[in-house]
Write a protein that binds this ligand. Structure first.
Ligand SMILES: Nc1ncnc2c1ncn2[C@@H]1O[C@H](COP(=O)(O)OP(=O)(O)OP(=O)(O)O)[C@@H](O)[C@H]1O
Ligand SMILES: O[C@H]1[C@H](O)[C@@H](O)[C@H](O)[C@@H](O)[C@H]1O
Length: 371
């Protein structure tokens, strides 16, 4: 059965709990910037079309959706930097996420996509492609030198148009203790422009790309079920933990020697854009709070469901993560689990030294023996 939003609200510490506030303060003093994250991927313009008509124009780019979730739900001591590139035409500089995390300005136009949705009322299969994407403009790539010259606890590689170059991902891996990657940053290919309609987005096999050799230094690789065949889950799970999101069916985690399914939250889908990005950010937030990978995936499902319920980058009410559910039995159990996990893994940089997904058999954090 799908967990209720209250169950996930319960997976988040309530801001008003004085004990937790005190704990957060102590951690802040103790760890300082140790929880800082690095988000790499460009904001973009999304034009949504249905039946040949424009039905929406929104801020897009995985970095926008990711920052939105991290801003709303990260622990207070967990800051993050965003490295994104946009052009002089960027239309959303004052929107909340870009305003808080400004981009590098380039002479090239802002990356933009046209998303053509089918007229079908509902897709018969949860995993069927929901839209045809065309890249209309591509801003500059993000080069290794664009990244700040300091260490980060974790990194999120979340490109949308091939802007996270292999050498940029490699530098992220060097700067960050643990890196989470969205497969769309690695496997998208863009067919030659077709008469003003932009370049069709297709996928290529990850194994044939220069990113493949970096996988064993990545902590988590997230792919949608449409992208999964190009990632090659069976090969990839031997190198890192692979998460496959399955739309309204939730998600599955695959690691060497096991897998787990994590149930979805119910949602009324109005716009699927950004579901995967919000999922990945929710997952990272769960890990930041010290949750096991499967509990973090529950939080990912929560934010994925929230993303499809609104058009464009969603607005989150802070109360959605603090509900009264905390006081109920289910909430208490989840709270206890978080405390327990925090004691065991605690810091986000533990991902790099231990494989958190190995906790899934409740064996605790185990040292990485796979080299
Ligand atoms: N209709 C839905 N109902 C509930 N949850 C959903 C729905 N669609 C997506 N989600 C949640 O969001 C997550 C990511 O969705 P999905 O698998 O569609 O990613 P995606 O195809 O990468 O999305 P996008 O490319 O649109 O950002 C799912 O694992 C699920 O938790
Ligand atoms: O804004 C969206 C979003 O970031 C999606 O994750 C990506 O698939 C699209 O290319 C982009 O236009």
């Amino acid at each position: 059965m799908a967990p209720s939003p209250a169950a996930v609200a319960a997976a988040m510490p309530p801001a008003a709990d004085p004990e937790r506030e005190e704990e957060a303060e102590q951690q802040q003093t103790k760890w300082g910037a140790a929880l800082e994250g690095l988000v790499v991927g460009s904001y973009c313009h999304d034009v949504l079309l249905r039946g040949g008509r424009v039905v929406g124009e929104t801020l897009g780019g995985a970095a926008a959706f990711v920052s939105n979730v991290l801003d709303a739900a990260s622990p207070p001591e967990a800051s993050f930097a965003v490295v994104s590139k946009v052009g002089p035409d960027f239309a959303y500089a004052s929107a909340p996420a870009p305003a808080r995390h400004p981009s590098l300005l380039c002479p090239a136009p802002t990356t933009s996509f046209h998303a053509r949705f089918s007229d079908a009322v509902a897709s018969p299969a949860a995993h069927a492609p929901d839209r045809q994407l065309r890249r209309v403009h591509a801003c500059d790539p993000i080069y290794p030198d664009d990244l700040p010259e300091r260490r980060f606890a974790y990194g999120l590689a979340v490109g949308v148009a091939g802007e996270v170059l292999p050498e940029t991902l490699e530098r992220m891996i060097r700067l960050c203790r643990a890196v989470l990657v969205d497969a769309q940053a690695l496997i998208r290919a863009f067919d030659a422009d077709g008469g003003g309609g932009g370049a069709a987005v297709r996928h290529m096999a990850l194994e044939g790309t220069p990113y493949a050799r970096l996988l064993q230094r990545v902590a988590f690789l997230k792919a949608s079920s449409e992208e999964a065949p190009y990632v090659g889950v069976e090969t990839a799970r031997r190198r890192c933990c692979v998460i496959v999101t399955e739309g309204r069916d939730g998600c599955r985690l695959y690691w060497e020697g096991g897998e787990a399914r994590v149930a979805p939250f119910p949602a009324v889908q109005v716009d699927p854009t950004g579901a995967g990005d919000s999922y990945l950010a929710g997952f990272a937030v769960g890990l930041l709070w010290g949750l096991s990978a499967t509990d973090a995936a529950l939080l990912g499902n929560f934010f994925g469901a929230a993303a499809v319920s609104q058009v464009g980058v969603p607005t989150f009410h802070p109360k959605m993560l603090q509900g009264k559910a905390w006081a109920h039995g289910k909430g208490r159990r989840a709270a206890g689990r978080i405390q327990h996990q925090r004691r065991r893994c605690g810091r986000v940089d533990a991902w790099a030294r231990h494989h958190p997904w190995e906790e899934m058999g409740d064996r605790g954090c185990q040292t990485n023996t796979r080299g």
